[in-house]
Structure formats: structure tokens, C-alpha cells
Design a protein around this ligand. Sequence first.
Ligand SMILES: [Zn+2]
Length: 217
Amino acid sequence: MQREQRVKDGKREDHAEHIAPFVFLGENLALDLANTIVPVRGGKTRDVLLTLQDIASWWSQAQAYYREATRVGTLPSCNQETLEALKRLRTALRHLCAVIARQHPLKEADLEELNGLLQLAYPVVVLTEEGKLQPDYQIHEGEHPILLMVALATFHLLTRYDLTRLRACQNAACPLFFYDSTKSATKHWCSVSCKERARSVIRQRRGRAIETATKEK
Ligand SMILES: [Zn+2]
């Protein structure tokens, strides 16, 4: 399923090299919404979804990665309510990802925000251009399609993916989550550069500890 969602495999590069400020790891739209809290220098994090323009830019970039995002259009009708709802969904998503990545049990309450949004949609059967039958979802009038698209991506993530592969980046200073699609299922960092940053911090700390121990002798 996750493979179908990727529009271009070639776009899955190291996040550090992506156009700032958004991170697209490209495995699932919901994970990439969770990753709109990004790492910045000094071990700090930054929220990159602060304005309606941010949502429009994020969505426009999401379309390069996710086929389902292209259906909504480049500039979905957003207002302050959409921004707040998207952030509530992101908070719920980050909590779900953190619990799953730690392999802790989930509670019913953890799913409330998501299930509230899923109620805005209803399943339909549509005909493709080739005349094939295909399941789809429609949204009740007046609702925000961007929310539904992320909610459906979460629905797929939770029910169709191997959740033992959902991970929080092992770099303690990095807030990103990712889906480990490697054959060996042994990926622990969101990117190679993040792994190197984490290791260089450890090396610096060790160096300082040795220096202090030498001075104290
Ligand atoms: Zn990372």
C-alpha cells in the first residue's frame, strides 16, 4: 500500500536536503503531517505549520509525493478552523506514533480525534476511466478535504501497515517519525545525516568527558 502512495520514489531523499522548511519522508501522508514539527540547530524543534499560507505550501509539496493529495487541488479552501483542526489531528497523530513506536498499548481515547474526522466521510464505489470498479470516499459538504485526506492516510497507516516498523528517530534531538521500509527492518534514524549528527554529538560528549577526567587526575 505504501508503495502505491509514492508518486516518485526518486524524491525520497535525505530530509536535510529538502527544500526548507518541510520534511517529506514520503511513506505516508499522515506521517509527514506528524513531521511538520521539524528539527532545527541546537537540538531544538520548530513548528512549520503556523499560517494558512504554510498549509497551502505544505499541501502543494505533498502533491509531489502522494497521488491522493493531487485530487484535492493545489490550494484547498482553508481557514483558521482548518489550521486548528489540522494541528489537533497532528497532536493526536504524534501521540499515536509515539505510543506505537515505543510498543506501548493504545487507549480508545487515543483514536477519538481521528475517528471524529473519519465520520465526515462516507465510502462510495466509483468507476475508473478504464471502467473498473474502485472503492473511494466522499466528504460531506462544507468539510475540509485536506483533513479527510490526512485522516484517511492515518486510517491506512494504522490498519494496513506493519506497525512494528513505525519508528521515532533514534536521534534524541530529532522529533521525526518514519516508516522503516528497508528489507532488513533495521533502520533507526530518519536519515543518514541525522544519524551522523547524533553520532557526532555522542563523540563530542565523550571527548569532553575524557578531557574532564584527564584534568581531574
Ligand atoms: Zn532524525
